[in-house]
Ligand binder design. Structure first.
Ligand code: FAD
Length: 434
């Protein structure tokens, strides 16, 4: 048995863990990051946001990511499953966006580059190490972990950052996880070759295709491979006949904008499923403990915000820990501010996600008009401008007010999901309330 003391111990070295560990190590802190997998390893979450690029730059990893040749993402497209309407949000055209583009990634590659950068920044990063439990004492946090040979080790650190993702190590130990009361979604996805992509710059866009109660993503993650997935109700999946591949193919075949792109596509590897991803922890901090990324909470992949939220909260956590280390003790006010900011960020996306699944929201989202810079405000959500200030906040509040009005009084034309427009669209039937 060995006991070593660190300034900070980070559980998990996905994007959240690598962000917090890198920022702390670059500030000269003594950091240990324990990652249970050996990288490269598969992970879902492949479309990034422009605001991610700003964090990569601050971490000093942007040149390595640019050199890796990931496809650039300049815009996000949204289209209805019947092909009746589509729109493209180009990031450089968004008035509130601080960055003009993002990258699409194969997470095995991105996460490995980030982990190596964390190590090169001075953190002690150990792969194949699984944290099994923690205990917060007055002066430090004690952590128990198994090494790759299965041997148990004990560590002490002044601060613990849980970046264990959906593994939710500390939240589970304290029984803090709360699932969303309504959202029981499942994702079915795979990597494909030969997907027919748009020509020119839109070739590397994220394309979202919205059906009545489900949606597809199409994300080009390398020159050869495209990630394609569908998100829908878990109950519907359970009640469907056939293998995941067959269920997926049925939805592809019955959705023209997807079937035309998937005509010659070939699955590389296996079809995968994942579910139960809409949750949050009741507390995001504890004594000497901060939770970042998915270990704080997650909602739904529709706005591609998971990696950004993980890295943004990782950066905030590093700031809190750095200041507390300098002051020589935990500062409850800094911990409380962290909890408030991260929870606000999570709520921001929960609100847009809950609205996204309603028809009035989609009607305005697809045609936000051109007054008061509303298209730019919507664009900013897609870019990850989470703390965009008052100019952005009031526009989004105004947008949500318009969504409420749209429920009963059509400001913009009604959309429809079937093959042809019904003779009369009943606004109340379409006005699902979340
Ligand atoms: C279907 C789906 C699609 C998605 N699409 C997108 C997208 O397009 N864009 C986007 O930005 N996000 C997307 N996301 C979200 C994204 O996957 C996550 O939000 C993101 O990976 C969170 O990063 P993280 O660092 O918090 O956690 P993770 O990336 O999960 O990293 C956590 C790490 O902790 C390690 N770990 C876990 N337990 C332990 C332990 N006990 N000891 C040591 N290590 C441990 C794990 O091995 C892992 O490497 C999607 C999510 C889903 C479900």
């Amino acid at each position: 048995m060995t006991t070593t003391t660190y300034d900070a111990l980070v559980i998990g070295c996905g994007p959240g863990g690598s962000s917090v560990a890198t920022f702390l190590a670059r500030a000269g802190k003594h950091v240990l990051a324990l990652e249970k997998e050996v990288f490269p390893r598969f992970h879902i979450g492949e479309s990034l946001l422009p605001c991610n690029m700003l964090i990569f730059e601050e971490m000093g990893v942007l040149p390595a990511l640019r050199a890796a040749g990931f496809p650039m993402k300049y815009a996000a497209q949204f289209e209805l499953g019947n092909g009746s309407i589509s729109t493209r949000f180009v990031f450089r055209e968004g008035r509130f966006n601080r960055a003009p583009d993002a990258i699409q990634v194969e997470r095995a590659v991105l996460d490995h580059l980030l982990l190596k950068h964390t190590r090169a920044s001075g953190a002690d990063v150990r792969e194949g190490w699984t944290v099994s439990r923690f205990e917060a004492a007055a002066d430090a946090v004690n952590v128990e972990a198994r090494d790759p040979a299965g041997q148990t080790h004990h560590f002490r650190a002044s601060y613990l950052i849980d970046a264990s993702g959906r593994g939710n190590l500390t939240g589970n130990q304290e029984n803090l996880r709360e699932m969303h009361p309504k959202w029981k979604k499942l994702a079915l996805f795979g990597h494909f070759e030969n997907v027919a992509l748009d020509a020119g710059e839109p070739r590397t866009d994220t394309v979202i295709i919205r059906l009545q109660n489900k949606w597809f993503w199409i994300i080009p993650i390398s020159a050869a491979k495209t990630s394609v997935g569908i998100v829908f109700d878990k109950d519907e999946f359970t009640a469907s006949d056939g293998t995941p591949r067959e269920i997926f193919q049925r939805w592809v075949d019955s959705t023209p904008p997807v079937s035309k792109r998937m005509k010659d596509a070939r699955l590389v590897g296996a079809m995968q499923t994942t579910s139960d991803f809409s949750y949050h922890n009741r507390r995001l901090v504890g004594p000497r403990l901060l939770r970042v990324g998915d270990a704080a909470g997650f909602m739904d992949p529709i706005f591609s915000a998971g990696v950004f939220l993980a890295m943004w909260s990782g950066k905030l956590a590093a700031e809190v820990v750095g200041k507390c280390l300098e002051r020589g003790q935990p500062n409850p006010r800094l911990f409380a501010t962290y909890e408030k900011r991260v929870r606000r960020g999570l709520r921001f996306y929960w609100r847009v996600v809950e609205n996204y699944y309603t028809t009035p929201f989609m009607e305005l989202f697809l045609r936000p008009g051109d007054h008061y810079d509303l298209p730019s405000a919507v664009n900013a959500v897609l870019a990850g401008e989470l703390e965009g200030g008052w100019a952005l906040r009031w526009r989004l509040e105004y947008f949500f007010l318009l969504v409420k009005i749209q429920r009963v009084f059509p400001i913009v034309p009604r959309i429809f999901f079937g093959a042809s427009r019904p003779r009369k669209l009943n606004p109340y039937r379409n006005a699902e309330k979340v």
